[in-house]
Ligand binder design. Structure first.
Ligand code: F6P
Length: 348
């Protein structure tokens, strides 16, 4: 039985992180274990920044967005002596186990540290992008979809009042989960995502068709990771800066503006663009995310207690099970064509 459990949150924050921290801590303390919070993801283990978590620290955090531990995109494998420093901090502080709450990057590091150095780590899947394999859903996603859907609803009324095309750019670095789900929920007239090679020309044809049928406004949802694709075969990714972070990711954002200009030029319809950005990651989690995060947190504490390391809590159907970290980080979960087809039935 583990007696001193470290816990960290890494990568982009998302609503529900505090609910996991609360559940892991509460169940572990109730079992007589100590819980140690690690500041700002892997950076806290690289730099030795730790703080004990007790009942008092986790009181009232269930509905709070962000993370009381802070987070970062630090990759110990890309930091000088990073892995050695992580292992040193872990040993020096007498930790018996680690709960890593993160997405593909944070859990990828956890998987490698487990496989290569036997680090006793358990993972919890988080990301608003919902692109982690081996779990049906990650927490944070439901809140992001809720926020994006609300934005689409609001844009509908102003779009209709002015006879405009409204382009809404949502997050989703590699996949279009937020775009498709909020687009279906909000009744989008066109949805562009990285997984589907819909061209700008095709999108404009659908919009024209809709306007010819008597509709004077349209809602277009575009995922930040969609590459502008043209009939000529040209493809263009839009990013805010080309410099990559320690996990090799560029900072996306801006495809909505480029698409909006294209649509206006090609159709002549007055077009406006809204970029939702980090609004999708802020604020209080939905009840669904609070519940999922809580269930994941309890499962992670149970895996630690059972000494089942190198594993991740996962949702399959309505059951919380566990899978290997290796399986969870092997490939990204993309939007299946059948789900996109639901959205497509309402295009144009
Ligand atoms: O991975 C979650 C996410 O919100 C992506 O959708 C987005 O591309 C990225 O993080 C933004 O990262 P940052 O917070 O570093 O700007």
């Amino acid at each position: 039985m583990a007696s001193r459990i470290g816990i960290l949150t890494g990568g982009g924050d998302c609503p529900g992180l505090n609910a996991v921290i609360r559940a892991v801590t509460r169940r572990s303390l109730d079992r007589g274990s100590e819980v140690i919070g690690i500041r700002e993801g892997w950076l806290g283990l690289v730099e030795g920044r730790l703080e004990p978590l007790g009942y008092r620290e986790i009181s009232g955090i269930l509905p709070r967005g962000g993370t009381i531990l802070g987070t970062s995109r630090t990759n110990p494998y890309k930091t000088d002596g990073g892995v050695e420093r992580v292992l040193h901090t872990f040993g020096e502080n007498g930790l018996d186990a680690l709960v890593a709450i993160g997405g593909e990057d944070t859990l990828g590091v956890a998987a490698s540290l487990h496989a290569e150095h036997g680090l006793p780590v358990v993972g919890v899947p988080k990301t608003i992008d919902n692109d982690l394999s081996a779990t049906d859903y990650t927490f944070g996603f439901d809140t992001a979809v809720w926020i994006a859907t609300e934005a689409i609803d609001r844009l509908h009324t102003t779009a209709e009042a002015h006879n405009r095309v409204m382009v809404v750019e949502v997050m989703g670095r590699h996949t279009g989960w937020i775009a498709v789900m909020s687009g279906i929920a909000g009744g989008a007239d066109m949805i562009l995502i990285p997984e589907q090679p819909v061209t700008v020309e095709q999108a404009c044809t659908e919009l024209r068709r809709r306007h010819e049928r008597g509709k004077d406004f349209s809602i277009v949802v575009v995922s930040e990771g969609y590459e502008l694709t043209y009939e000529s075969g040209e493809r263009r990714a839009v990013a805010q800066e080309a410099q990559t972070d320690q996990f090799g990711h560029i900072r996306l954002g801006g495809v909505g503006d480029a698409l909006g200009r294209d649509i206006e030029e090609r159709t002549g319809y007055e077009t406006r663009v809204t970029v939702l950005g980090h609004v999708q990651r802020g604020g209080s989690p939905t009840p669904r995310d609070r519940i999922l995060a809580t269930r994941f947190g309890l499962k992670a504490a149970d895996l630690v207690d059972a000494g089942l390391f190198g594993r991740m809590a996962s949702l399959q159907g309505d059951a919380i099970i566990d899978v290997t970290l290796e399986e969870a980080t092997r490939e990204l979960k993309t939007v299946p064509p059948a789900v996109y087809d639901v959205a497509k039935a309402f295009f144009g």
